[in-house]
Design a protein around this ligand. Structure first.
Ligand SMILES: Nc1ncnc2c1ncn2[C@@H]1O[C@H](COP(=O)(O)OP(=O)(O)OP(=O)(O)O)[C@@H](O)[C@H]1O
Ligand SMILES: [Mg+2]
Length: 363
């Protein structure tokens, strides 16, 4: 945790909350602008047109495709409730931003937003990380430690990569969800907290349940309000809109006025972006660094056509393939082979989960 209260944690607090709140009026204007753009072919319910604190998500999430407009409406609706939410979508599509938007748009906005990556926390530590522990409960437990549940009290706990949580932990989590209280590790006092839960997975829920990596009962308990976000390639003109948005951000930060060539923008829009918005954002950043006034960097060919072909579980590389490209192909192919299971992918490749996460973030 960034405030240093909980060591070994992969949790983070909602960034720039105060700044986002200050910008609410800018957001409202922006919201109406993006609404007006779409009004010809998409009708809003009257409640969705009412400016309220809930429109803050416009500041975090960008996009005016029908899929995004429908997402904004869902966020507005569910933010006003305490219902558990389960977000399902491919990697890099904005699940964490959606969770933050729900938090910031509801009445819990002034409380903590705590994000925990269930896949990255070591199995033997995750219980203590989630529920805290008492002094002396295990070797090295020198004092009582608050867990994420208590830390998020009154706010929102975002459990990312929920299907990567070890099965025994899923049982414990379910029990907490059912009775609303838990015991710290080594503790005998029941702790009750008021926490809104949002889960997320980048594996299709059906697959995760079928493969046994997500308990069906836990899935139903979390999916009171399921949200599905389509991949970027299915969101119409959002690719170009987001690319321009990321470039504008970079220009603003550095006081530059770089822009896309028409050709690059067209290419960007046609590319399939398997790594979704994250890949697009990283691409724009790279192009920004490498270009002078006009961004013209070549778009990478679709993954799988770059340096290798996959035949019966094998990869072919041309002599002279850049190591970084070969490494990327191997990692993505192994992840695909394990149907998105990062723990197994890291084990197969002989790298730590942390390294795998870092690599995937960069792609
Ligand atoms: N609609 C959007 N508007 C603006 N930025 C976005 C949007 N969607 C995603 N991003 C940006 O793309 C990056 C990835 O987003 P995020 O981490 O929320 O994705 P994710 O779905 O949680 O990915 P993963 O499954 O790999 O954890 C972030 O830098 C985020 O700011
Ligand atoms: Mg995420």
């Amino acid at each position: 945790m960034r405030n240093g209260k909980i060591p070994h944690s992969k949790a983070s607090r909602c960034p720039n909350k105060a700044k986002q709140r200050e910008n609410i009026f800018v957001d409202i204007k922006q919201y109406f602008l993006c609404t007006l753009v779409q009004i010809d072919h998409f009708s809003f319910s009257s409640s969705a047109m009412t400016p309220s604190i809930s429109v803050m998500h416009c500041k975090l999430l960008h996009g005016s495709s029908q899929a995004m407009l429908s997402l904004y409406r869902q966020i507005e609706r569910v933010a006003m409730t305490n219902a558990a939410v389960l977000i399902e979508s491919e990697s890099g599509t904005g699940k964490e931003l959606i969770a933050q938007s729900i938090h910031l748009s509801g009445q819990r906005a002034d409380k903590q937003f705590v994000a925990v990556n269930c896949g990255a926390a070591p199995s033997h530590l995750i219980e203590a990380e989630l529920f805290g522990h008492e002094k002396g409960s295990f070797t090295g437990a020198k004092r009582r430690q608050t867990g994420y549940f208590e830390y998020a009290s009154g706010g929102t706990l975002f459990l990312d990569e929920i299907s990567e949580m070890p099965p025994d932990m899923q049982v414990k989590l379910l029990r907490v969800l059912e009775c609303g209280s838990f015991y710290r590790v080594g503790g005998s006092e029941s702790v009750k907290v008021d926490v809104r839960l949002i889960g997320a997975t980048n594996r299709p829920l059906k697959d995760a349940v079928q493969a046994g990596s997500l308990r069906q009962d836990l899935m139903y308990r979390l999916a009171v309000f399921p949200i599905y976000v389509p991949p970027l390639r299915e969101r119409g003109n959002d690719t170009a809109l987001l690319a321009k948005h990321f470039l504008e951000e970079l220009n603003r930060e550095a006081g530059t006025i770089k822009r896309f060539s028409k050709q690059t923008l067209g290419q960007l829009q046609r590319h399939r972006w398997p790594g979704n918005v994250r890949e697009l954002k990283n691409f724009v950043h790279r192009a920004y660094i490498l270009s002078a006034d006009i961004l013209t960097l070549e778009i990478p060919p679709p993954v799988g056509q770059q340096v290798s072909s996959r035949v019966d579980g094998t990869l072919d590389f041309t002599i002279g393939t850049a190591l970084a490209d070969a490494q990327k192909e191997i990692i993505l192919a192994t992840l695909h082979h394990h149907r998105g299971n990062k723990r197994m992918t890291a084990e197969t490749l002989g790298i730590s989960l942390k390294t795998l996460y870092n690599r995937l973030k960069a792609y």
